[in-house]
Ligand binder design. Structure first.
Ligand SMILES: [Zn+2]
Length: 135
């Protein structure tokens, strides 16, 4: 089979699945999984850098709350979210009009919403698609 990123012929045992039926060689997996995607909220006041593994986990179809919670525990995510002001986050999330005030009272849950939104945005972005297509 061929690597879905560089196109090199590889043994199936030496491939990794990046999600979205993206099978790549170990070289590319390393390269792609290290790459981080930058995201910022509409106001630009909250910024995150997300790994491909995080984006894939948080955008899997169906129930992904568990995945989001797991990703949120990742050290590199914690480093980015630990200083986010709860009030600011509440304000930013209310912009999305998906939740009312009551839904946004719990900061920990708001962080989950943030990561979920950010992953979805990046997943749908042109830049992310191009990486997956290996251009
Ligand atoms: Zn490759």
């Amino acid at each position: 089979m061929n690597c879905g990123n560089c196109g090199k012929k590889v043994d199936e045992r030496q491939t990794a699945n990046l999600g979205r039926n993206r099978i790549v060689c170990f070289n590319c997996e390393e390269k792609l999984s290290e790459k981080k995607y930058w995201w910022s909220s509409s106001s630009g006041l909250i910024e995150l850098e997300l790994k491909v593994s995080t984006i894939d986990a948080c955008t899997s179809s169906g129930e992904c709350l568990t995945a989001v919670q797991l990703e949120l525990e990742e050290e590199y995510i914690q480093d980015q979210v630990k200083d986010i002001d709860p009030e600011l986050l509440r304000r930013e999330l209310s912009e999305y009009a998906c939740w009312d005030e009551y839904d946004l009272t719990n900061h920990e849950e708001n962080l989950e919403k943030l990561l979920w939104i950010a992953s979805g945005d990046v997943y749908d972005s042109e830049e992310y698609l191009e990486t997956l297509e290996g251009r």
